[in-house]
Design a protein around this ligand. Sequence first.
Ligand SMILES: NC(=O)c1ccc[n+]([C@@H]2O[C@H](COP(=O)([O-])OP(=O)(O)OC[C@H]3O[C@@H](n4cnc5c(N)ncnc54)[C@H](OP(=O)(O)O)[C@@H]3O)[C@@H](O)[C@H]2O)c1
Length: 236
Amino acid sequence: MNIQGKTALVTGANRGLGTAYAKALLAAGARKVYAGARDPSTVTLPGVVPVKLDVTSPEDVAAAAALCNDVDIVVNNAGIAMIGSTLFDEESEKALRAQLDTNMWGILNVSRAFAPVLSANGGGALVNMLSVLSWLSRPHTLTYSISKAAAWALTNGLRNELRDQGTLVVGVHAGLIDTDMVKNLTGPKSSAEDIAQRVIEGLQNGDEEVLADGVSQQVKASFALSPSAYLRDQRA
Ligand SMILES: NC(=O)c1ccc[n+]([C@@H]2O[C@H](COP(=O)([O-])OP(=O)(O)OC[C@H]3O[C@@H](n4cnc5c(N)ncnc54)[C@H](OP(=O)(O)O)[C@@H]3O)[C@@H](O)[C@H]2O)c1
């Protein structure tokens, strides 16, 4: 798709990857970028239109869809990560519910509200920020991985659901990205700017899946191996 002259909405655009997405969309020629944020006063990027949008709030989502009715591209970027070490305690249950609420229901809420807007504007694109952890479960990412796996399945469902209205549904996978979310984790991290740029290129090519870094490419390639990465012991 040609991004030149298009209007986009990015959720969670006040920091991290969301800000990088908003910046990259503007650089690619987007006419207008709405920067969704739970607190719009925290949006600092020049040239965007701040919009109050907590993706778990039905009121916020409905108001944003009414306000941003000129949108061609929706980037479901907002997400949370909570670290846990087992599935069988009360804390993990709370963490799982919270992450499903934001990382899965948030995408569904926004997609459902914006599908008619995208349709009315010619189809457009829906970009969902997933993870390499949509495919892998590591001990400390157990509950986050479940939420990102659910978001992956949701993305595949949305692709079919929105095919007839001509909406390109893009799933984005990546390993560690250098943002607040993983500031306490060590290991090689991509820059948010590089990931956003890969996604822009994917959108321009009409790709339905963007493997935005080497880690996601390697793990996806391992699906054809035995054992695949997700069947290997991930405790190391
Ligand atoms: N960083 C990584 O290594 C990595 C790797 C793969 C995928 N991802 C995914 O990339 C996306 C962006 O993450 P990030 O790395 O930029 O993390 P981040 O720096 O922690 O930023 C998260 C963003 O999501 C927003 N957010 C959280 N809950 C929200 C809600 N209910 N409604 C609206 N906005 C909400 C935050 O807003 P507030 O400022 O209000 O909290 C913030 O803008 C997430 O979906 C994440 O899961 C990250």
